[in-house]
Design a binder for this molecule. Sequence first.
Ligand SMILES: [Zn+2]
Length: 472
Amino acid sequence: MPDTPPCPTPNLDPTADLAITNVTALVHGDGGSIEFLDDATILVKDGKILSVTAGPDVAPSDGVAARDVARDVALATVTIDGRGQVAMPGLINCHTHSPMVMFRGAAENVSSSDWFNKKIWPMEVNLTESDVTLATRLACAEMIAGGTTTFADHYFMMDRIADVVDETGMRANLGWTYFSSEGAAGFDRGLSFALERNASASGRITTSLAPHGDYTVNDDDLRRTAAAGLEHDLLVHIHAAESRIQTRQTRALRGISPIQVLDSTGILAGRTLIAHGKGVVPEDLPLLAAAKGRVGVGSAPKGYLKVGEETTPIRALLSAGVAVGLATDGAASNNTLDVWESMTMTSLVQKFVEQDELWMTARQVLGIATTGSAAAVGLAGVVGSLAPGHQADIILVDLSGPHTQPIHDLAATLVYSARSADISTTIVAGRVLMQDRRLLTVDLPSTMSALAPRLAQLTDISHGKSIQDYGF
Ligand SMILES: [Zn+2]
């Protein structure tokens, strides 16, 4: 063969799998500011965002010429006309227990300790793997319908939850909960799950180590968790500084705060996702600031209001450089898995607790709902922004309803007027999971008819057993 170089490959522009046209796109400007591009076109290929361009005549920023965008729209496999709608990054639920939708409304008007000791932990004795599968399908239906594309889950039988994430097309970070009362088996099972299922479901599943809390997992197990997290680069997802009461009791018992427990056991040396953090105290802030870039906090304000408690000190956490994201916790305490609702409440509750009407504006909370939440679950640069190279996790919000018209300030319309039911379309990794409010990957009627006969047995606590004892 003659020693000649191969013919140059023709410089073919990539053809999009999906094009969303005529939409107003929420994008992030310099410094993470929230901006809106009118008359935008979003192109998606191989599950990722290829380009986001404003107007047919504006040259895109990623070097693809405007005429190529028009050509790609014409050639795209699927085109969605987004006229009258806003495209946003899919919502991220930074802390939930998705199968607990099966206990929605089953533990109302009780104290926090009775909620655990007399209701939830006795009811969880009844769980079967089939219950967890069915309840997770219901949870995924609710999340997809509410525009959530990623959720960080902390529960039992996590292999069944992973199977449902795979089948429904969602994205999730999954951690199998363990208590020290289980002995070594709990930690071992959690680590095996994390190693086996990480990067599964075409990369949509990432995993974490999920010790239940700093008060239900002893220091030795927290140290083992920290070491394994660092060794395998796994997120550690843990309930910590859950409330001021918990912080007070931990200080009384041990002389240090829950965040100091995480620091002294090495948890804060790795990537950490803290659920709630309502009991974070001033001396914790330097420790959290030192873990900047590795530590995130998920805040679920609705459940805090329901039990009349304080909320996450978001202003102090953000000042310390901690990533803060939105969460719902489980539906047994929050009644919904509606992250949109968390977004609205976070703005309102933060204004209230800080007594500052200029704090946590609509744009600030949209930043928390997007890049903030992505950072909190360890997926910064992967999801949370409609930017080239990010995963194509996109929702379309229909603002044609009377409660969202007219629009003078789009950020305010989204946060204070729109509802999750205004979301028409949910896309994960370029795959449409809901279109025009029709769920495409979950059969909700069959899920509910299979779950319904189990409800009485699931909530029966006459056996007198419990999976754990809550000491606060
Ligand atoms: Zn929780």
